[in-house]
Design a protein around this ligand. Structure first.
Ligand code: NDP
Length: 478
C-alpha cells in the first residue's frame, strides 16, 4: 500500500519523491509506505487551503454541518475496514478499534455538526449601546496528532475546524498514517471542495515543524508529548498563533476505603491498561487507602493477570502490541529503573511468548509495581505503556499531596461512596478533569484539557468551536 498526501483535492506523493515505511507493531512487518514530506509539501498544502478558504467560510453553517454528516456517514459505512486498519497500524485490539476508535470518530463528526448548528453567541444590552459577539473563521489551521488514537484524535480536531469555516492542513503521526489516509478518501467522496481539507504525511521535524512555523497558518491544535508541545509552543509563540496543546499525563487513581472496592479495582485496571496504557488519560499511579491497601492491591493484581494479551486482530484480546520496538524499549527501560528504585514487580514485566508472526511484535504483559516512593522517577514520569505503580496513603490530605506531586495535571479518577469527599478531593486535585467512580466516561460537550505540563487550552463542545474561531465584538450606539 503506497499512501499519498491530499493537497488541493489531489492525491500526490512527497515533492522530494521520498517515502517512509509504515510497520505493523504486532508483527514487525511493513504494511505501507507514506510520503516523507517536507516544507515544500506543507507550503503547497497551505497555499491550497488559503485559496479555498474564502469560499469555504462563505458556505452556510447548515451546509457545512451537512458535509460533516456526510463524512460521518462515509466513516460509518467503512467502519469494519477502518477498525482493521487502525489495529494493523497501532497494534491495539480489534475489539477496541471497533468499539472505541472508529465509533468515536464517526461520533465526532456527527457531534460537531450538531454543535455548530446550535451554536450561539453573546449579546450585552446597555443603556446606550448594544454589543454582540461575532465568531469568524481563523483561516488556515494546522492539526498535529499522535499515534495512540489516530483517527479518534484527528477527527476530534478536523470536525470543529471545518465546522467553523476554516481550511485545514493536518499532519498525523508518521507511525500511524493508515486511517488518516482513509479519512482523505472519505472526505473526497463526501464532495468537500478541493483545498478545504489537506493532509500531509511525514515526520514531526520534517513536516510538523514547517506547519507550525508557517506564517499563514494562524492556529495550531497539537496533541502529543510534553517535550514536543514545548517545541511547538516555542515556534508558534513569536508568530502569535492561537495554540491548543493537549499533552502528556501521569494521572492518579485514588481509591478510598469507603468505595465499592471490587468496582474500584476493576476501574483502576481498566484505567491503567486500556490501549496498552497508551492513553494520555491512563491512570498509571494507583493510590489506595492504607486500611484496604493489601486487599485492593491484590484484587488489582488478580484482575491484571486475567487480561488477555495477544493477537490484536483476534476478538477477545484485551491488550495488543505497543506502538513500536523503540517505544517498547523505552517502557522496558522504566521497568529496569523501577527495580533500581526498589520496586517489586507484582505481575507482568515480561514479554509473552506468542507464535509467529507475532513473535517479533512489541508486546509486554501488563505490569503492576509496588514498594516505590510516590516521588521516585518511575512514579512521576510519564511511561505511556502498560505499567502502573501502587502506593498507600493514610489520609485524604496525603492522597491529594501525592496526586498533585507531579509536573502533569491532566485527569484523576476518584473512587469513594462519600459524596462530600468526592467533591472535596475533586476540587483539591490539580487536573483539568476528574472522574468520580468511573474513568473515561466522555460527554463531548464538556471541556477537555490539562493544567501544568499537561497542556494549554480546552477543546470539546463549545470550547472547540471557540478555539477554531476568532471572536469579534460589535458595539452599536443606541
Ligand atoms: P509526539 O509528541 O512525539 O508526537 C505528536 C505529533 O507531533 C506527531 O504527529 C509527531 O510527528 C509530531 N511532531 C513531532 N515533532 C514535532 C515538531 N518538532 N514539530 C511539530 N510536530 C512534531 O507524541 P507521540 O506521537 O509520541 O504521542 C504520545 C504522546 O502524546 C504522549 O506523551 C501522550 O501523553 C500524548 N497524548 C496526549 C493526549 C491529550 O489529549 N492530552 C492524547 C493523546 C496523546 P511524528 O510522530 O510523525 O514524528
Amino acid at each position: 500500500m503506497a499512501l499519498a498526501n491530499l493537497i488541493d483535492g489531489a492525491f500526490v506523493p512527497a515533492r522530494s519523491g521520498r517515502s517512509l515505511p509504515d510497520y505493523d507493531p504486532a508483527t514487525g512487518l511493513q504494511v505501507a509506505t507514506l510520503p516523507d514530506s517536507g516544507a515544500a509539501d506543507i507550503d503547497a498544502a497551505v497555499a491550497a487551503a488559503l485559496r479555498a478558504q474564502p469560499s469555504w467560510a462563505a458556505v452556510a453553517i447548515e451546509e457545512r454541518a451537512t458535509f460533516l454528516e456526510r463524512i460521518a456517514d462515509g466513516l460509518a459505512a467503512a467502519a469494519s475496514a477502518l477498525a482493521r486498519l487502525e489495529t494493523l497500524d497501532t497494534g491495539k485490539p480489534i475489539d477496541l478499534s471497533s468499539t472505541l476508535d472508529v465509533p468515536r470518530a464517526v461520533r465526532n463528526f456527527r457531534f460537531f455538526a450538531g454543535q455548530v448548528r446550535h451554536d450561539r453567541t453573546d449579546a450585552h444590552h446597555g443603556s446606550d449601546s448594544l454589543n454582540y459577539t461575532l465568531r469568524t473563521p481563523i483561516g488556515v489551521v494546522g492539526l498535529i496528532t499522535p499515534w495512540n488514537l489516530p483517527l479518534y484524535l484527528l477527527s476530534w480536531k478536523v470536525a470543529p475546524a471545518l465546522a467553523m469555516g476554516n481550511c485545514v492542513v493536518a499532519k498525523p503521526s508518521e507511525l500511524t498514517p493508515l486511517t488518516a489516509a482513509a479519512l482523505c478518501e472519505v472526505v473526497t467522496a463526501a464532495g468537500l471542495p478541493k483545498g478545504v481539507f489537506n493532509l500531509v504525511h511525514g515526520t514531526g521535524p520534517a513536516a510538523g515543524e514547517p506547519l507550525v512555523a508557517h506564517p499563514q497558518v494562524r492556529a495550531i491544535s497539537f496533541t502529543g508529548g510534553t517535550a514536543t508541545g514545548a517545541r511547538v509552543a516555542t515556534t508558534a509563540a513569536p508568530l502569535f498563533k492561537k495554540l491548543s496543546l493537549e499533552l502528556g499525563g501521569k494521572n492518579p487513581t485514588l481509591i478510598f476505603a469507603d468505595a465499592d472496592l471490587p468496582a474500584a479495582a476493576a476501574g483502576a485496571v481498566r484505567a491503567a491498561f486500556l490501549n496498552q496504557g497508551q492513553v494520555c488519560l491512563c491512570g498509571s499511579r494507583i493510590l489506595i487507602e492504607r486500611s484496604v491497601y493489601e486487599q485492593v492491591r491484590d484484587a488489582i493484581v488478580t484482575d491484571t493477570k486475567a487480561l488477555v494479551v495477544g493477537d490484536p486482530m483476534q476478538q477477545g484480546t484485551q491488550l495488543g502490541a505497543l506502538i513500536s520496538p523503540d517505544h517498547l524499549a523505552k517502557v522496558q527501560g522504566y521497568l529496569a529503573l523501577a527495580r533500581q528504585e526498589g520496586g517489586a514487580i507484582l505481575c507482568g514485566g515480561d514479554r509473552p511468548s506468542l507464535p509467529p508472526p507475532l513473535a517479533g511484535g512489541a508486546f509486554l504483559r501488563p505490569t503492576v509495581i509496588d514498594g516505590l516512593p510516590p516521588t521516585c522517577r518511575t512514579a512521576t514520569e510519564e511511561i505511556f505503556g502498560p505499567v502502573a505503580t501502587v502506593h498507600p496513603f493514610a489520609t485524604d490530605q496525603e492522597a491529594i499531596e501525592i496526586a498533585n506531586g507531579v509536573r502533569y495535571g491532566l485527569s484523576a479518577s476518584v473512587w469513594t461512596s462519600n459524596l462530600a469527599r468526592a467533591h472535596r478531593v475533586s476540587a483539591a486535585v490539580h487536573t483539568g478533569m476528574v472522574w468520580v467512580n468511573t474513568w473515561l466516561l466522555r460527554d463531548l460537550r464538556v471541556p477537555f484539557g490539562g493544567v501544568k505540563d499537561s497542556g494549554l487550552g480546552r477543546e470539546g463542545g463549545p470550547h472547540s468551536l471557540e478555539f477554531f474561531s476568532d471572536t469579534r465584538n460589535i458595539c452599536i450606539k443606541l
